[in-house]
Write a protein that binds this ligand. Structure first.
Ligand SMILES: Cc1cc2nc3c(=O)[nH]c(=O)nc-3n(C[C@H](O)[C@H](O)[C@H](O)COP(=O)(O)OP(=O)(O)OC[C@H]3O[C@@H](n4cnc5c(N)ncnc54)[C@H](O)[C@@H]3O)c2cc1C
Length: 390
């Protein structure tokens, strides 16, 4: 397989690289380089800059604000964003809900929602998981009943990332209990800023507030916020989760974190010798470099595979599984490079933002969650066993 970029692709990569260099605010770049997660204001500011070029949603049709880039160009763009390092476009809006609306939404919904999703004028979160319904998502119990031209929703969601800063959640709810469990599920867009919605924080092991519990108590959803057909929400969910797993491989992020680790090892000295001179550490860099390269090649392989085979869930699963393993290895490596200074417990926000050593430890702890969200590693192995081994 020839993996050289064509001259057009090289020119595109250079164009994106220049754009990121010139337009990414320095303050955002510096925060992300240290290892901070992007804040809402960082993501909004940067996504709007990208959106001027259609690059916030490069895979969408131009008619709805996208750039109609092919898969290779899209990957090049994403890699350059990670390389910035810049915030990636908000995933719930751009790679989850947007494509679902493009495939299952009405023309009216596309016209109304897609431009706002692309420009982050509205912030969505994902209300799928419930206590007791994570891997076995189809067992979910949050219920919606139809009353005239609206649904009334009651129930609870959990682990809802960014719900506390979101305007809406796209949710799976049960509208039918007698059918096969996958059949009675409906996909709704729920306004979180209304009476009857309670959002409670879950503070994670890194000391930060990313996650929430969300309670619905007679919450109203107008009929026009139903996506696809009532009772067929599982079709939307399957389509969306395939996209989610591919994105979670985060190949460009792995490359950026590895480069950062090497840069730190060059800068930091022990007894007057740069860490990078240590043979064991060098071997580890070499091994991780090979792992990241293999992940890159797998990603390219998927992009160069005909459309009908990409539907094979094994592709998304292997990228998710391996991408997460590498991200976690890198998080552990950065924590070791930080050494004992990294053990001092400091908040992720606050005046100490310049102290890079304070960050790898909480980031390492949070990285453990990557093998849970978006489908656990055990579930990915199940999928691989079924689809590859039969
Ligand atoms: C940081 C973080 C962010 C998240 N963000 C969101 C979000 O924004 N929106 C949202 O809807 N959800 C979100 N989630 C929830 C996430 O999707 C679920 O946690 C995940 O699907 C696992 O479900 P569970 O927690 O109920 O665990 P369970 O499904 O109960 O799994 C428990 C254990 O059993 C194993 N297991 C389960 N089933 C099988 C099986 N069939 N074969 C082998 N092993 C199995 C699992 O691998 C795991 O080790 C987030 C989770 C985390 C940790």
């Amino acid at each position: 397989m020839n993996l050289q970029l064509t001259s057009e692709q090289t020119a595109f990569r250079d164009e994106v690289r220049r754009f990121v260099k010139e337009r990414l605010p320095t303050e955002i770049r510096d925060r992300l380089r240290l290892g901070h997660p992007a804040r809402k204001q960082d993501t909004v500011a940067w996504q709007r800059i990208l959106n001027e070029r259609g690059w916030a949603v490069p895979h969408w049709p131009k008619e709805y604000g996208g750039a109609e880039l092919g898969p290779m160009e899209r990957l090049i763009l994403l890699d350059e964003i990670y390389r910035g390092p810049a915030p990636v476009p908000q995933v719930f809006n751009t790679t989850m809900l947007g494509p679902v609306l493009l495939k299952f939404g009405t023309e009216q919904q596309k016209r109304e929602w897609l431009p706002k999703l692309a420009n982050l004028d509205v912030w969505f979160c994902q209300g799928f998981s419930e206590p007791g319904s994570g891997s076995d998502l189809a067992s979910l119990r949050t219920a919606a009943r139809r009353e005239g031209n609206r649904y009334i929703v009651n129930g609870q969601k959990i682990w809802t990332t960014t719900a506390h800063v979101a305007d809406y959640a796209f949710c799976l709810v049960r509208t039918e209990t007698s059918a096969r469990k996958q059949d009675g599920i409906t996909f709704l867009m729920v306004d979180l800023r209304q009476k009857g919605v309670t959002i409670r924080p879950i503070v994670s092991i890194d000391g930060a507030h990313h996650l929430n519990e969300v309670f619905f108590d007679d919450v109203e959803v107008p009929l026009e916020n139903l996506v696809g057909e009532e009772g067929r929400g599982w079709d939307c969910a399957k389509f969306l989760l395939g996209n989610e797993r591919t994105m979670i491989a985060n190949v460009g992020l792995c490359r950026e974190r590895l480069d950062y680790a090497i840069e730190l090892a060059r800068r930091i000295t022990q007894a007057g010798v740069a860490l990078v001179e240590d043979a064991k550490l060098r071997a580890e860099f070499a091994w991780l470099d090979a792992e990241v390269r293999a992940l890159e090649l797998t990603n390219y392989r998927m992009l160069l595979t005909p459309e009908e085979q990409i539907a094979n869930p094994a592709f998304a699963s292997v990228l998710k599984l391996k991408g997460v393993e590498i991200q976690q290895e890198l998080a552990a490596l950065l924590m070791r490079i930080a050494g004992p200074q990294g053990l001092e417990r400091r908040p992720l926000e606050g005046p100490d933002l310049g102290d890079w050593e304070a960050l790898p430890t909480p980031r390492y702890f949070y990285s453990r969650a990557a093998s849970i969200y978006g489908g656990t590693s055990e579930v990915q192995k199940d999928i691989l066993a079924k689809t590859i081994l039969g």
